[in-house]
Design a protein around this ligand. Structure first.
Ligand SMILES: Cn1ncc2cc([C@H](O)c3cccc(CNC(=O)c4cc(-c5ccc(F)cc5)cc(O)c4O)c3)ccc21
Ligand SMILES: [Mg+2]
Length: 214
């Protein structure tokens, strides 16, 4: 049977990227998705904003909702200092299988841990299962209609602390209007929009950065 889009993206990484070199994995994926087959990675333009937020924060504990092929997990993971960890949740087993290979090809298997399952099921169990107290940084990139429920669940589970930074992808395209309204209106957050473009296109999109005030 035909290969899937994620499988074709993985083949490009294995054929063209240097093992153990996250930078080359990132550039191979961006070149492949820009020139051969579009895929819903955060991409290089929004990725540069993601890099600057992560570098400024230098987080020790990171949560990503929605791994897909592992592109943003590699982007974030390559910037983490020794001892820091990224937990990334993926519910689709085919995406998870590809992402594990991409993360391993980048040499980040000791920094990035992929957990299979839905965010709503896992968030309430992260403390007991992984010994996590609170997160320093959270990247939201899963179902856009699930962003709001999950930020509220993270609050309820007390996984946010004063200064936790949440960065949400696609708040314009495909859009997450209920999430945007919540973080921009709530006194619990200081929120800011970083205007950019939908990965590999000229369409508008952007990232919303929200600091939890506790
Ligand atoms: C509950 N739970 N827990 C873990 C978890 C993980 C997943 C999967 O990783 C998954 C599967 C399918 C879709 C997404 C969301 N991503 C998108 O839908 C998206 C779309 C576009 C776009 C934009 C314009 C278009 F024309 C088409 C697609 C651009 C983007 O950057 C996206 O992130 C995420 C899902 C639910 C999950
Ligand atoms: Mg996205």
């Amino acid at each position: 049977t035909r290969t899937t889009r994620p499988q074709r993206l993985l083949k490009a990484v294995q054929d063209r990227a240097i093992r153990g070199n996250p930078k080359s994995v990132i550039s191979v994926i961006d070149h492949y998705c820009r020139n051969q087959e579009w895929a819903m990675n955060v991409g290089d333009e929004k990725g540069f904003i993601l890099d600057s937020v992560v570098s400024e924060l230098n987080p020790q504990t990171v949560l990503e909702l929605g791994t897909y092929c592992g592109y943003s997990a590699v982007r974030i993971g390559r910037l983490l200092h020794s001892g820091a960890r990224l937990l990334t949740l993926e519910f689709n087993p085919d995406y998870a299988a590809v992402a594990r290979e991409v993360i391993s090809w980048a040499g980040l298997e000791n920094t990035v841990q992929l957990v299979e399952g839905a965010s709503g099921d896992w968030i309430p169990r992260l403390r007991e299962h992984f010994g996590i107290h609170t997160f320093d940084f959270i990247f939201l990139d899963h179902w856009k209609e699930g962003y709001l429920a999950d930020i509220k669940l993270l609050e309820e589970c007390r996984l946010l602390r004063k200064g936790t930074v949440l960065l949400a992808d696609n708040v314009v395209c495909p859009g997450a209007p209920d999430y945007l309204e919540y973080v921009r209106k709530s006194p619990l957050y200081d929120s800011r929009y970083f205007k950019s473009h939908l990965e590999y296109t000229k369409a508008e999109d952007g990232l919303e950065k929200s600091v939890y005030l506790g």
